[in-house]
Design a protein around this ligand. Structure first.
Ligand SMILES: *[C@@H]1O[C@H](CO)[C@@H](O)[C@H](O)[C@H]1NC(C)=O
Ligand SMILES: *[C@@H]1O[C@H](CO)[C@@H](O)[C@H](O)[C@H]1NC(C)=O
Ligand SMILES: *[C@@H]1O[C@H](CO)[C@@H](O)[C@H](O)[C@H]1NC(C)=O
Ligand SMILES: *[C@@H]1O[C@H](CO)[C@@H](O)[C@H](O)[C@H]1NC(C)=O
Ligand SMILES: *[C@@H]1O[C@H](CO)[C@@H](O)[C@H](O)[C@H]1NC(C)=O
Length: 585
């Protein structure tokens, strides 16, 4: 009998242990999934089949939507690349990290500038790496490179938690691709040419006055003046002519492997890097951030996609990116990683509707029914695609209309990885899991603050136990030409001064009834008008009080080109040229 009892006890113990073990295995699978985060650049919500596009073919992204959750009110933390990406990686409003500009230029425009994501900021990559994840960034960074020397890499992805980096420090730019125009053209037309004209006229006047004897200028003086002006002009021309070498290069980790960037098979190379990374890490948890250079201009597509879409080169680029997403998903399947991998897809902001080529071709995307686009806080600038798939954990083929933010990914994946959230700072995102698993029905964002650079532009209020979404604007961009839907004359909308109109009282919209933001409410049409504004004013006060003074990473001094920070993979006399990446396929 005692022997029997003993056996029974042992069996029970085994059973308990077995149950605990499988439970643990289960919860481990659920608590440490792989993360594949995919971000497109300047892709509009109206460009994808799963958001209603009928003519652009995005079957792979549409399939991802079918297999997961589609967010219909997914909000980018900023309508511009640099601040939006800073917020995505840190889960915080860009003003908190100094990644929002007080001056006109809101993004980094030179690889050799000193601003960037500060070392004190904590990215999700850093936290996941501490939890044993392998981490990689494939594609665009746009959050700075160096601080003081060409190799301190203080802002580089590898200094922010990524183990592996293959891609561009800067952004894709028209200037990176010969024949695709220049984003500096407008600036040169507006500032450099007038300055040159004035200098020229001054010189001719001086010369004439000297010649007819009305003015005695020492001969040498105006010759030197002339020489200095000519040299400056030459340098400027040389600089903008060669911007491609200075700004557009491909890196693997800390090393430049292609300068200038070559567009041939570029998306294929990025895809190959992404799939290889997955294959190298099938046995350990990994975080893969695929940050496409598409579909920002300069537009490009490989041979298999060129001329195939119904929407010109822009459509070709979208379709190639979709192909790439398909390749990544298929590798996950082949490696049997589908169940334990969370896949997220988004765009850093809305489509850049002012992108029209010099020959008049539309090269920007489509923001669906929404007003405005990139660089504005109209819905077209910030309401972006948001897809999340995690089979077996998240219900497939569902959609969530609650307001969610790209900043929510930070706490969501940090919690799932089992890392503690930073306690010493405010995280503005909210964990999406309770909403995704139906544990709560209303998103935790009662208020979302929409900044235009460092200026508070608009606020979204989703009152508790209600379907209503209010949105107020303190100012709106002045569209030009008047009556258009964007800032076509300046190529991009700006955030202050004569570029905007301030509203007092603020403009109020009911987004739940008026998603196109066409009918501002008045005290007559909305009896609670002042009541609503009062609550929003309080929320703004509370939010503003939570901000700490930080040094601006996008001050003019931090954005300007600093020759001593210029990265160059060969000697100056070889014009910063090298290529060890083109012919590897
Ligand atoms: C699909 O996207 C293209 C490219 O942005 C756009 O021109 C077109 O209007 C969109 N079509 C629909 C039906 O949304
Ligand atoms: C691009 O890839 C295709 C298919 O792999 C190949 O045939 C072609 O030669 C590649 N082009 C370049 C420029 O490497
Ligand atoms: C290009 O398309 C053809 C036909 O669909 C396909 O067989 C080939 O693998 C594709 N090439 C690349 C590099 O994707
Ligand atoms: C997905 O949802 C849509 C709309 O709710 C429905 O029409 C469709 O049949 C669903 N598809 C699948 C594969 O469940
Ligand atoms: C602002 O903060 C105060 C104090 O914490 C709080 O009572 C109030 O509800 C907040 N107001 C809003 C609109 O968030």
């Amino acid at each position: 009998m005692p022997i029997e009892q003993n056996r029974m006890m042992k069996m029970l113990l085994h059973l308990v242990f077995y149950l605990w073990d499988t439970n643990k295995a289960n919860s481990e699978r659920i608590s440490k999934p792989n993360m594949v985060l995919i971000m497109a650049d300047d892709l509009g919500i109206g460009d994808l089949g799963c958001y209603g596009n009928k003519t652009l073919r995005t079957p792979n992204i549409d399939k991802l939507a079918k297999e997961g959750v589609t967010f219909t009110q997914h909000i980018a933390a900023s309508p511009l690349c640099t601040p939006s990406r800073a917020a995505f990686l840190t889960g915080r409003y860009p003003v908190r990290s100094g990644m929002a500009a007080f001056q006109r230029i809101g993004v980094f425009i030179f690889s050799a500038s000193s601003g960037g994501l500060p070392a004190e900021e904590i990215t999700f990559a850093k936290l996941l790496k501490q939890e044993g994840y392998s981490t990689a960034l494939i594609g665009k960074w746009h959050l700075g490179l160096n601080c003081d020397t060409t190799d301190d890499f203080c802002h580089h992805p590898l200094s922010h938690g990524f183990d592996y980096f293959y891609g561009c420090i800067m952004t894709n730019l028209r200037d990176c691709k010969p024949g695709h125009g220049s984003v500096f053209d407008k600036g040169i037309q507006m500032y450099v040419f007038p300055t040159l004209q004035i200098t020229g006229i001054a010189l001719i006047t001086l010369e004439s006055l000297h010649y007819i004897g009305l003015l005695r200028v020492p001969c040498r003086a105006h010759r030197y003046f002339f020489l200095v002006a000519a040299i400056l002009f030459g340098l400027l021309l040389f600089f903008f002519h060669n911007i491609r070498y200075l700004n557009c290069f491909l890196m693997r980790n800390h090393q430049i492997i292609q300068q200038p960037l070559n567009y041939k098979n570029l998306t294929q190379r990025l895809t190959e890097e992404a799939t290889k990374f997955i294959k190298r890490n099938t046995d350990s948890p990994f975080l893969l951030f695929v940050s496409y250079l598409q579909v920002h201009t300069a537009l490009y597509a490989s041979q298999n996609f060129t001329g195939k879409s119904k929407h010109g080169l822009y459509g070709d680029a979208v379709e190639e990116m979709d192909w790439s997403v398909g390749q990544i998903l298929s590798v996950l399947d082949k490696q049997r990683l589908r169940e334990k991998t969370l896949v997220y897809f988004t765009s850093d902001q809305g489509a850049h509707i002012e992108e029209i080529s010099s020959t008049g071709k539309v090269q920007g995307g489509y923001n669906g029914i929404y007003k405005g686009g990139k660089a504005t806080n109209w819905e077209g600038g910030i309401r972006v695609p948001g897809l999340l798939r995690w089979t077996e954990v998240i219900q497939p083929n569902t959609s969530i209309d609650e307001p969610t933010s790209s900043m929510d990914i930070f706490p969501t994946i940090v919690n799932l990885a089992g890392a503690p959230l930073p306690k010493d700072r405010i995280i503005d995102g909210h964990d999406l899991m309770p909403l995704l698993q139906g544990k709560i029905l209303q998103a935790e964002h009662e208020f979302l603050f929409h900044y235009c650079n460092a200026y508070l532009n608009a606020v979204r209020w989703h009152p508790g136990n209600s379907d209503t979404i209010w949105k107020v604007f303190f100012f709106t961009p002045n569209f030009n030409p008047e009556g258009s839907d964007g800032c076509f004359e300046s190529h991009v909308c700006f955030c202050h001064g004569s570029f905007v109109t301030h509203h007092d009282p603020p403009l109020l919209f009911d987004l739940s009834k008026d998603p196109r933001e066409t009918n501002p409410l008045t005290p007559e049409t909305e009896p609670r008008f002042y009541e609503i504004l009062e609550v929003i004013k309080q929320a703004v006060n509370n939010h503003t009080k939570s901000l700490r003074a930080v040094s601006s990473q996008l001050s003019l001094g931090n954005v300007l080109w600093k020759p001593w920070l210029q990265s160059c993979c060969s000697s100056f006399f070889q014009f910063c040229y090298c290529d060890s990446d083109s012919d590897r396929r």
